[in-house]
Design a protein around this ligand. Structure first.
Ligand code: BES
Ligand code: MN
Ligand code: ZN
Length: 514
């Protein structure tokens, strides 16, 4: 997709379609009004009843005698409830609706809210257009209905062009990263083995100038990763423990660790899952895909921060050497774990990954995992759970994530949840019964993070969707790539509380309150 920024009046832009945002219950103004006048009131006519401007509504108006051949109206909802992330969905809706009708040269009219936030707005628009181009057609011989645009024109109006341009560049990097994570996630488990995921990480490292280290089974054993390897032992695919490093602030000792669950297929192991929808368990490496893709974006965007990405990757299979319920293993920090249910494997691989993050010197940890079905019951497909051992730190994460449009909702981590994870014969057991399954899983993870401020994100309900929306294909969503990248950028600007970079920034008086 080629992006250009023009200063032409909207009515004289050449394009196969002009995309015009409309608001619910508001009079047409600015560019929308100008186009309406050129079309002798055709837009106002559509808004009389065909659509009302509700968020996500679309209506196509033909205008073959104009330099733009069509106008696509897209509802942005009530102007008073406008939020910048809606721009991504606006652009995504445009390239999906038009691309699938083979209209691929499109120009976007920018809503008035862009003024003053040009960089963020352009980044969201381009991210939305790039991610709106994602189709799950990789394995189809001749896919029809291709979303996306070949040329995307932003009609700048009186907005700051340089600021828009900066946003375009970021939006391209971020959108590509989101689609990269989605491609890794949607690839079926026979192709997306731990080995293949490690190769993808190596390629990402090359693309973005990251350090990469892939620990094989022997090295994992010598590191004492008994918990991670207990999951891998039931599979004939060798496990890979993936580490990517970005050093954007060499003078600082602060290190943010991003950790992602990389189960390339979760059969449940000996505690086998029922067959219904088991094929969805190829997505059980979405956290790892998010880490690898976010690291690629961070390495490309170069914020001033040190970040390590950690993605333990293995299958969870019921092979002849698989874990049997009741088996006990020792994690990297010496804690012993009784495996009650081999289907609670995500926490077993994350246990060692969290220990390893600390070993590498992490001063902040965020992990993302398709960890519990209970999270889908609690929050549905609308929000991910955020669980933390540090209230200040989780607030920082939530404030960075909010403008991205990815939704995270904090849930509590009371000590009582930890009590449910105590084993009679080992330090911990890996399941705590049905109540509060997301939080007992979190309490288990907490036993491996030590004192490091940490946020756990349960993305079981948000990593993939089984229905499409106007702006997004069905299948993998790319969550948590947007939030991970935004968080790294926020720390590079503001620092993190108690962190060294935070003190530096405050000394120069530029800390922005969050
Ligand atoms: N990968 C699953 C969680 C999951 C379920 C993700 C549905 C996405 C959609 C995880 O490994 C799992 O099986 N969790 C169990 C834990 C239980 C055995 C304590 C679950 O949630 O049922
Ligand atoms: Mn499982
Ligand atoms: Zn799993």
């Amino acid at each position: 997709m080629q992006v250009r920024i023009v200063h032409d009046a909207p009515g004289s832009v050449r394009a196969a379609a002009l995309v015009v945002p409309v608001f619910a219950g508001a009079a047409l103004e600015g560019a929308a009004k100008e186009i309406d006048t050129q079309l002798q009131g055709a837009i106002a006519e559509v808004l009389k009843g065909e659509i009302s401007g509700k968020f996500g509504e679309v209506s196509l108006v033909h205008a073959h005698d104009k330099s733009f051949k069509r106008v696509l109206l897209i509802g942005l909802g009530d102007a008073k409830r406008f939020e910048p992330y809606m721009l991504a969905r606006f652009a995504g809706t445009a390239v999906r609706y038009l691309g699938r009708r083979n209209v691929r040269d499109i120009a976007l009219v920018l809503p008035p809210q862009v003024k003053g936030i040009e960089t963020d707005a352009a980044s969201l628009l381009i991210e939305g257009a790039v991610t709106g181009s994602f189709d799950a057609s990789v394995y189809q011989k001749s896919p029809d209905k291709r979303s996306g645009a070949d040329t995307l024109t932003l009609i700048a109006g009186d907005n700051d062009e340089q600021a828009l341009q900066a946003g375009v560049s970021r939006g391209e990097v971020l959108g590509d990263a989101v689609n990269f994570a989605r491609t890794l996630a949607i690839t079926p488990a026979n192709d997306m083995t731990p080995t293949h995921l490690a190769e993808a990480a190596q390629q990402a490292a090359k693309d973005a100038g990251l350090e990469v280290d892939i620990l094989d089974e022997d090295r994992c054993r010598s590191e004492g990763m008994g918990s991670f390897l207990s999951v891998a032992q039931g599979s004939s695919q060798p496990p890979k423990f993936i580490v990517l490093k970005y050093n954007g602030n060499p003078g600082s000792k602060e290190l943010l660790a991003l950790v992602g669950k990389g189960i390339t297929f979760d059969s449940g192991g000996v505690s086998l899952k029922p067959p219904e929808r088991m094929e969805e368990m190829k997505y059980d490496m979405s956290g790892a895909a998010g880490v690898i893709a976010a690291m690629r974006a961070i390495g490309t965007l170069k914020p001033k921060i040190n970040v390590v990405g950690i993605a333990p990757a293995t299958e969870n299979m019921p092979g002849g050497r698989a874990t049997k319920p009741g088996d006990i293993f020792t994690a990297m920090n010496g804690k012993t774990i009784e495996v009650i249910n081999t289907d609670a494997e995500g926490r077993l691989i994350l246990a060692d990954a969290l220990c390893y993050a600390n070993k590498l010197g992490a001063t902040r940890i965020v992990d993302a995992a398709t960890l519990t079905g209970a999270c889908v019951i609690a929050l549905g497909h609308t929000a991910s759970a955020a669980v933390s051992n540090n209230d200040g730190f989780v607030q920082e994460f939530l404030s960075a994530a909010k403008p991205t449009g990815e939704r995270y909702w904090q849930m509590p981590l009371y000590d009582e949840y930890g009590d449910l994870m105590k084993s009679d014969i080992a330090d911990l057991k890996n399941t705590g019964g049905r109540p509060a399954g997301t939080l007992t899983a979190s309490a288990f993870l907490k036993a491996f993070v030590g004192d490091t401020p940490w946020v756990h994100l349960d993305i079981a309900g948000t990593a993939y969707l089984d229905s499409e929306s106007g702006w997004q294909a069905k299948g993998p969503t790319g969550t948590p790539v947007r939030a991970f990248v935004a968080f790294a950028e926020q720390i590079s600007r503001n620092g993190s509380s108690n962190g060294e970079s935070s003190k530096n920034v405050m000394a120069t008086g530029t800390k922005v309150s969050s």
